[in-house]
Write a protein that binds this ligand. Structure first.
Ligand code: KMH
Ligand code: ZN
Length: 288
């Protein structure tokens, strides 16, 4: 694992919404354009550099409707300089074509899940052909992937992908270990440590622990030189019996731990350098 020269610190990715929770059950979940923008701004101020974005429709439900996705991306770019990373995972019910079409919204980056996994009682489908199609379309469009890994074997898939289809847009490989999904690898220090030897040479990694595995995974990732993803997509409980107040609470905790680890949060500019994102932010974005 290596970090490009000059980039020292912790990349904090905010995953504020996801596709799994309902607004009616979690009123603090940001779903409207205004709520997403406000969350993005608050969390940027606290140390987030990347926004992992699942879009909701005006009915608050997950949507891949392209005009709506473009609207939210534009609003975030208007108000922050965060790296915009669209989810191509969507919801477990989303068809492959709609997940691919998200790339038409021209994000800086996009997630790319590396294998099919049980997802609670559902199945999150990521067959090889879809993985290759996402990888090659992102190469052609200059969209930088974040490889989402739910289980150890998916790192073998990543090696095979890179061997057969070449490096990603930007040239740098960045992996997010999504741990503690019921059906995937557990959110433990042992599981995280087991993944590390299988990362491609030169790759960086982040980790996120779903639910109650959030804190142990965060501490394990920091101790191993990794980066962090936090947010209400993954975690709705701040402490046993204590619901998360908002995304800012989670980002503040992660930023504090990163500082204690003496690897403070990276700015979005530093994140772009780390990830190999070459799209130039607009004047509006830089002046935020
Ligand atoms: N919502 C999950 C089924 C991603 O964003 O790329 C998939 C997911 C992964 O969240
Ligand atoms: Zn996601």
């Amino acid at each position: 694992m290596s970090t490009p020269v000059g980039v020292q610190g912790t990349l904090l990715t905010l995953a504020p919404t996801g596709a799994e929770s309902a607004k009616v059950d979690v009123p603090a979940l940001p779903v409207t354009v205004d709520e997403v923008v406000a969350t993005a701004r608050d969390c940027r101020a606290l140390g987030a550099a990347v926004l992992h974005l699942h879009v909701r429709g005006t009915d608050t439900r997950p949507t891949l409707d392209l005009p709506r996705v473009r609207e939210v991306v534009a609003a975030v770019r208007e108000s922050t300089d965060l790296v915009v990373q669209l989810s191509t995972g969507g919801a477990v019910t989303d068809p492959a074509e709609a997940r691919l079409a998200v790339l038409d919204a021209e994000p800086d980056a996009a997630s790319l899940s590396l294998g099919t996994v049980n997802f609670g009682r559902d199945v999150f489908y990521n067959p090889w052909d879809l993985i290759v199609e996402l990888h090659t379309q992102m190469q052609q469009r200059g969209i930088v992937p974040e490889y989402e890994v739910f289980d150890l074997g998916q790192l073998a898939t990543l090696s095979r992908l890179l061997d057969r289809h070449g490096p990603p847009a930007g040239g740098h490989v960045h992996v997010d270990l999504v741990m503690g999904v019921p059906g995937g690898m557990p959110g433990t220090t042992a599981a995280l440590a087991a993944c590390l030897p299988f990362l491609p040479p030169g790759a960086t990694f982040a980790a996120t622990g779903v639910g109650r595995t959030s804190l142990p995974v965060m501490l394990a990732a920091l101790s191993a030189g990794g980066h962090l993803r936090v947010g209400m997509e993954d975690t709705l409980t701040y402490a046993p019996g204590e619901p998360v107040r908002d995304n800012a609470q989670l980002v503040a905790r992660a930023a504090g731990l990163a500082r204690i680890a003496q690897r403070p949060p990276l700015t979005p500019t530093e994140a772009r350098q780390l990830l190999g994102i070459t799209r130039v932010p607009t004047t509006a974005e830089v002046s935020r």
